[in-house]
Design a protein around this ligand. Structure first.
Ligand code: COA
Length: 388
């Protein structure tokens, strides 16, 4: 039995309230709060990037023994900081993982962390005494005053994958789907994504339905074998648009239970925004941390991972007895509660800040509001130097 032994997330501690953003853009706030289903959006300072966010998510769940047993660090990201050197190599160093480990970065839009999870599960199945660390870390940027602006966000998730996991066993059968499409992409020369918003919604929904049919055919599982679903969530309404059609001809109580659990999984995304690769796993934490779910040991959760471009995958997991004792609910909710609200000017200033691109030695201006453990300290002849 292999799966998620520990899990955590990190998001920068500054955010913009989406009523403030709507008013500044001359848009009815109900469009953002109800129509899109988002209330707040995390905004990273220049001192937080994919590396620091990933390390900040992973650090609290790692004990000394884990650092000795981790052989593999996989970071899924589509907002990495180097076209060549992987985010994983920086994080390996910051966390102090044993040297004979491999650290890599995987890219396929928001799907990357799931590719990492599958790689990690396969590795641990072959080496049951060892562990793997999977991270999804991203800053989502569409640009100021664009239609995608309200679906931005920033954050990271980290998961320790092991044998006899204490939270969720990942089941064997998964089904993936690849399509070469342009629903969302970001050429190397652009620091904001290009998106065909309506098409990306359609591609997401049709991928889910194609995969769901194939998943049921291959596994012989039925909807009634599931207690909850977690979705990749670019905004909280997205997954529901995919889920509702498969509930139409099903038992009402079952449909209501799956919608109820879907909604419990949206809470963190509603207050953080789209964190790309980590989004699906943020939804899992949001669901499990909520006291209103009725999930118990052996409850089965379905997962839908989607990364534009596009690769999608459905897989399932079963909760392990005592899972609730291994969640960091209190710490995570305190972190969300303690964040600082930005004015529109402060948000735009942070959005427009860029790191120096010359070969000098530059200290990064760390704002007083960034009190995270790991931070970007200096750019020294094009090398990123991190502080702890
Ligand atoms: N009150 C309540 N709801 C309102 C509203 C109001 N005043 N005004 C609009 N809405 C609703 C719309 O009816 C629509 O609901 P529906 O999706 O249930 O039909 C929703 O708000 C969004 O409105 P829409 O006009 O479609 O928004 P948009 O053209 O600004 O685009 C996205 C929305 C999500 C497509 C856009 O933000 C985007 O491109 N985001 C990035 C891409 C993305 O996240 N893709 C997801 C798949 S990966």
């Amino acid at each position: 039995m292999v799966g998620i032994d520990k899990i955590n997330f990190y998001t920068p501690n500054t955010y913009i309230d989406l009523v403030t953003l709507a008013e500044a853009r001359g848009i009815d706030p109900d469009k953002f709060i109800i129509g899109i289903g988002q209330s707040k959006m995390s905004v990273p300072p220049i001192s937080q990037d994919t590396v620091t966010m990933g390390a900040n998510a992973a650090f609290p769940i790692l004990e000394k023994a884990d650092l000795e047993l981790i052989d593999l660090i996989v970071v899924g990201t589509e907002s990495g900081i180097d076209e060549s050197k992987s985010v994983g190599t920086f994080i390996h160093d910051l966390l102090g993982v044993q040297p004979f480990a491999k650290a890599v970065e995987i890219k396929q839009a928001c799907y990357g962390a799931t590719a990492g999870l599958m790689m990690a599960v396969d590795y641990v199945r072959l080496h049951p005494d060892r562990k793997a660390l999977v991270i999804g870390s991203d800053i989502s940027r569409y640009g100021l005053a664009t239609s995608g602006e309200v679906t931005q966000g920033a954050g990271a998730i980290a998961m320790v994958i092991s044998s006899n996991p204490r939270i969720l066993e990942i089941e064997g059968e998964t089904v993936a789907l690849t399509q070469n499409i342009f629903d969302f992409w970001r050429p190397n020369y652009s620091d904001t994504a290009i998106v065909d918003g309506k098409f990306s919604n359609e591609a997401y929904i049709s991928s889910f339905h194609t995969l769901w049919e194939e998943f049921m055919r291959r596994t012989e599982l039925k909807l009634s074998d599931f207690d909850a679903f977690c979705f990749h969530m670019p905004y909280t309404k997205m997954g529901k648009k995919a889920l509702l059609p498969i509930l139409e001809n099903e038992d009402k109580d079952l449909a209501n239970q799956l919608i109820f659990n879907y909604d419990l999984g949206t809470h963190y995304t509603r207050h953080i925004g789209n964190i790309y690769t980590g989004s699906l796993y943020l939804s899992l934490m949001s669901l499990l941390n909520n006291p209103d779910h009725k999930l118990t040991a052996k409850s089965r959760i379905g997962f839908f991972s989607y990364g534009s471009g596009a690769v999608a995958e459905i897989f399932s997991g079963v909760l392990v007895p005592g899972f609730e004792k291994h969640l960091l609910k209190k710490e995570q909710e305190e972190h969300l509660e303690s964040r600082i609200s930005l004015s529109i000017d402060e948000y735009e200033a942070l959005f427009n800040e860029t790191i120096p691109k010359d070969d000098g030695i530059h200290t990064i201006n760390r704002s007083k509001t960034d009190n995270s453990l790991f931070y970007l300290k200096e750019i020294n002849e094009h090398k990123r130097i991190y502080g702890k």
